[in-house]
Every structure is written in C-alpha cells, then in structure tokens.
Write a protein that binds this ligand. Structure first.
Ligand code: TXA
Ligand code: MG
Length: 342
C-alpha cells in the first residue's frame, strides 16, 4: 500500500515531483477533483485505470495549462474552437479535437483518433501542470461508478493507498463535471452538459450545435462520456422528486419503517421533517444544489447509511440540465411517483 499524502497548495512543487516520477496525484479543479498522471507516460496512465477500477476503453481528458500544450497534439484548431478557447478557458469546457496520429498513447485515447482537452480554472492545478512540464490525464478522482469527488476527503475515501497524493484546495465550486463539446464533428456536439451551457455556446458562436442525448449501447465504443457505464451510483436507491411531489414523497417516507435520506433545497423542505427522514441541505438554488449533489450522495453512502434517497429534481434548463443529467444517472432514471402511496 502506498501512503497517500495530502498536499497544501503551497506544497504543489512536491506534488509535481511525484508526477514527474510517474506517480498519481489528485488535483482540484472548479468542477470536481481529477486524478492526475503524466499524459506522456503510458505506464503512469495505465495505473490511473487500475486505481479507479475504470474500464480501459473509456478515454481520458488531457488536462493542460496552456494552448501550446494542445497544439503539440492537434494540428488544426478551427477558428470557432479558438474563439471558444479565448472565451471559456480556463473554465469548465472540455473540447474534443482530432489529434496528430500516434501523438498520444492508446491508454489516453482508448484508441480513438480524437482526444478531449481541458484547461481548469483552478490556479494551483495550472501551476502543478506547469511545474510537471507535461499535460496530465485527469479523470474524476473517484472509484469508477461512484459519485465524483468534490473534496479532498472524498478522494481520500476512494483512493487512499492507491495514489501518491492529493493537492487539497478545499471544496470545488461548480460541483458537476465540465461540459464536453466535440469539435471534431460538424456541427459541434455536446456529449456531456456542464456549467458552460449549450445555449451559451450556440449564442456565442452564432451557429447551431447539437445537444446529444444519444445513448450508447454496450457494444459501441463510448462516443459520449461514460454513457454505457454505471455512474454516480450511491449504494442507496435514489428517487428523484419533482417540486410538486414533495408532499406525497414525505407521506410515503413516513410510512417506511427505516430511515430515508432527503436531499432538497432549504426552502423546499418543511421545518418539521418526518422523524425517520435525514436531511441533506442542497442550499438555496440550482447552483448550490449542483455544488452539493455529489457530496450529498456520498453522505448517504458513507456517513448515514440509508436504502432510499429522495432527491430534488429541477427543470432541465440552464445548469439544471447538467444537474439532472447526473442525478438521473445516479437514480437509474427513477422518479418518485404518487402511485407509491397506493
Ligand atoms: O470536469 C471534468 O471534466 C473533470 C475534471 C477532473 O477535469 N474530469 C472528468 O473526467 O470528468 P472523466 O474522465 O471522469 O470524464 C471525461 C469523459 C469520459 O467519460 C470519456 O468518455 C469522455 O470524457 N471522453 C474523453 N475523451 C473523449 C473522446 N476523445 N471522445 C469522446 N469522449 C471522450
Ligand atoms: Mg468521471
């Protein structure tokens, strides 16, 4: 077993030294914590899959600190892509480009002719990449299938003993992973919704893009992020509760003989919850709810073990699109229905 060190932002140079040696270091971003390894070191990249227990055909994001790092692997960055980079980087937008053949190992690309590139907003992490001198692969730093980590403690819980260290820069601010936009196809296609909104990209480029809701079957190589794999799943069964159904949901909860987890906005939860309900506060709006979603799911896995979680649904617009995308996966698409009362 490795000893997993926790580094303060001021100790980032030590963490960079570990990366140069081919070790794995988890890093903070504005979305979720990432699991970093030198993207040019195939052995190190392979260990990322092992540490996460991730299927090896699911490609990794290449995390960069400069545009030059992308240009090493990509010949043609279109005018639109350059505009997007100028406007949204550093930030929660991942762009997929066709790469120079053979410039990245199969371990990174999963054998695709494209790769995903992202420049995170977190300054410490960009320093880490600068110091390491190489781009880092950066999948979310959770065990594969579990909710993504939004604190260093979440990473520690999943990966202690499997990675050399974690750079701890506090809880992440966005809470859901980056928007993934495929620029290798026409029109550009969103493969995963995130905090940079599709509508925003469309308006900014003044052209139509595609919002891909296509589901990938088990036989295909996942074109879209993790689509064929189980995702964000806590041990409990999650039921999504639409705003108008809370009353019925509490009625149902009251009738259960076991504890029920409840994740909702402060304003949506009654001051007197049924006695067997354990609340996890999602804050005041869709922004705080997105920030806290994964932490809430983990709370009911690791601290208050329950078999059922009632979790607030939001309209699928704005950031609600990204939030619902993650919540639906964690719930296996199950909504609370009034019929449960019958
Ligand atoms: O916010 C984020 O993007 C976080 C932070 C840590 O940067 N990272 C992240 O990585 O969410 P990961 O590996 O958990 O999700 C990236 C997704 C994968 O599900 C993968 O299928 C998809 O991106 N992906 C990577 N390369 C791709 C490619 N060339 N074409 C299509 N999808 C790709
Ligand atoms: Mg992930």
């Amino acid at each position: 077993m490795l000893i997993t060190k926790v580094y303060k932002p001021s100790e980032v140079e030590k963490a960079a030294d570990e990366l140069k040696k081919g070790e794995l270091i988890a890093f903070p971003t504005e979305t979720v914590y990432g699991l970093g390894a030198d993207a040019t070191n195939e052995q190190a990249v392979k260990r990322v899959y092992l540490a996460k227990g991730r299927p090896s055909d699911n490609p990794l994001i290449v995390t960069v600190s400069s545009l030059e790092m992308v240009q090493k692997y990509v010949n043609d960055i279109s005018e639109d892509a350059q505009k997007l980079i100028k406007r949204f980087w550093p930030g929660p937008l991942t762009l997929i480009f066709k790469i120079k053949p053979g410039s990245l190992s199969k371990a990174v690309t999963g054998g695709l002719e494209t790769a995903a590139f992202r420049m995170p907003a977190n300054r410490v992490t960009r320093e880490l990449i600068d110091m390491a001198g190489v781009p880092l692969v950066g999948p979310s730093a959770n065990s594969s299938g579990k909710p993504s980590p939004t604190t260093a403690a979440h990473v520690f819980h999943d990966l202690e003993g499997r990675i050399a260290g974690i750079v701890d820069d506090g809880p992440t601010s966005v809470g859901v992973e980056s928007t993934i936009l495929d620029m290798s196809v026409q029109p550009p296609t969103i493969l995963r919704p995130g905090a940079v909104l599709g509508e925003e990209i469309e308006q900014f480029l003044a052209k139509e893009i595609i919002f891909d809701r296509h589901k990938v079957t088990a036989k295909e190589t996942p074109k879209a992020p993790g689509m064929k794999y189980k995702h964000y799943a806590p041990a409990a069964q999650v039921l999504i509760v639409d705003a108008q159904d809370w009353q019925a949901a509490f009625e149902w909860a009251k009738r259960q003989t076991e504890d029920i987890g409840v994740m909702g906005l402060k304003s949506a939860l009654p001051s007197a919850l049924p006695a067997n309900c354990i609340a996890y506060d999602l804050g005041t709006d869709i922004h705080t709810a997105s920030q806290r979603l994964f932490a809430g799911l983990r709370y009911f896995d690791n601290e208050k073990r329950v078999n059922w979680i009632l979790a607030a649904g939001f309209p699928e617009e704005g950031l609600g699109t990204a939030y619902m995308n993650r919540l639906k996966k964690s719930a296996g698409d199950q909504f609370f229905k009034k019929e449960r009362l019958n």
